[in-house]
Design a protein around this ligand. Structure first.
Ligand SMILES: NC(=O)c1ccc[n+]([C@@H]2O[C@H](COP(=O)([O-])OP(=O)(O)OC[C@H]3O[C@@H](n4cnc5c(N)ncnc54)[C@H](OP(=O)(O)O)[C@@H]3O)[C@@H](O)[C@H]2O)c1
Length: 242
């Protein structure tokens, strides 16, 4: 993609953690960012903080798991910025915490995790990717997890949703390769966020990366013209040596 300047980026789950950090890193590079999250007050605070820095930012309070919100999100994003160049599926749920074994996981809880982490993002992709394909230009990023590829005890519902998300986006990449739309799965690595605290409250934050550091790596990844559509990449590969 090379430059993010002038690009319009929709980021789900952007009121805190990695999503808010991505909004900061990408808008600092001249992108206009559309932030989606459920809780309006927290979302407004992030949007207002970006605008106070002179960035172009908009907020859409919405639940990505809610089918009826899909076209509201895509319609509002179009009204706010017009063309969407980059869609980042970052919003995610662990399901009930403390995390539990699969045999102790209710089927309804598994279904709810899949709605937020897989089906909702799929709906939003379907709503936004058509114009990208027509323009032969666009990027879809799925924020994945090492839980998609490792069999960690008690991470079954979340891990299954992330593994399915990886495969969904791998296939999408193959289907959209002729249409010039790039689709990438990104493992951000462990970060000091609310999600990590909810999952592993005993973890030492000093062993975790800040979301800002990971967001900078992902921003550099998006600027890297050598990205291979359909690949699964670690954000750490784009860390600046320091
Ligand atoms: N933290 C880690 O160590 C780690 C490791 C590997 C992968 N990841 C992945 O990295 C991504 C970001 O994680 P994070 O740690 O930054 O999470 P986080 O701090 O918990 O933030 C999650 C964000 O998503 C929003 N969100 C949650 N459910 C939503 C829904 N249904 N609709 C719309 N927005 C929703 C939250 O706001 P609202 O509650 O207001 O909606 C919040 O803005 C996730 O995909 C996660 O799976 C994280």
């Amino acid at each position: 993609m090379n430059s993010l300047h002038g690009k319009n980026v929709v980021i789900t789950g952007a009121s805190k953690g990695l999503g808010a950090a991505l909004a900061d890193s990408l808008s600092a590079r001249g992108a206009t960012v559309v932030l989606v999250a459920r809780h309006e007050k927290a979302l407004d605070e992030v949007v207002n903080a970006l605008r106070a820095k002179g960035r172009k930012a908009f907020g859409i309070p919405a639940d990505v798991a809610d089918k009826d919100s899909t076209h509201r999100i895509s319609g509002l994003a179009a009204a706010m910025v017009g063309r969407v160049d980059v869609l980042i599926h970052n919003a995610s749920t662990l399901g009930p915490v403390p995390l539990r074994s699969l045999l102790d996981t209710e089927c309804e809880d598994l279904a709810a995790v899949l709605e937020t982490n897989l089906v909702g993002p799929f709906r939003l992709t379907k709503a936004l990717v058509g114009p990208m394909a027509l323009r032969k230009d666009g990027t879809v990023v799925h924020i994945s997890s090492d839980a998609a590829v490792e069999g960690y005890a008690n991470w079954g519902a979340y891990g299954a949703s992330k593994a399915a998300g990886d495969q969904l986006h791998r296939v999408l990449a193959a289907e959209l390769s002729a249409a010039g739309v790039q689709v990438i799965n990104v493992d951000p690595g462990e970060m000091d966020t609310d999600m990590h605290r909810d999952a592993l409250p005993e973890a030492d934050p000093k062993t975790l990366k800040t979301p800002a550091r990971v967001a900078e790596s992902i921003a550099r990844m998006l600027e890297d013209g050598a990205l291979v559509s359909g690949s699964r990449v670690a954000a750490a590969n784009w860390e600046r040596a320091s």
